[in-house]
Write a new protein. Sequence first.
Length: 155
Amino acid sequence: MNNHAQHGIESGDLDSLVRHHQGAMPLWARGQIARFFQAVRHADDMTLMSPFGAYSEGIDRSPERIAVLEGYFTGGEGHVEVIRALASGDLAVLVTIEHQHGTIGGLPDQDWSLRVTVVYRREAEGWKVVHRHADPLVRGIELEPLAELARGARR
């Protein structure tokens, strides 16, 4: 990957994190949520800005929540395009496009690609996600539909 900038971390650490991230993210689209949570660790103080809007702190990894998510995301596939990967000290930022399709929430199979920024923090146990921001604006949007979303008109 040529789009990596590293400051203060060992050579190869960022490349390894990127490869791990790219390998784990398609698990979500396939509905393999339990496997995803085994592969990607999340910090207790993480923030999430989901493609559905708003934000939350922390992430529910309970068996009940995993079962709900596994029923919601089914039959998908995808891959992660890394636009930029940056690291400094114990933080790494991945700016990506998650190219994916699948059946989500019972809707027919369709493209569900997302623009995603993920911040990882290196801890004693390894890299953990501390922030994820995702939105579906991969292709852009006209002003009027954007204004409707900003006003909350499409809830």
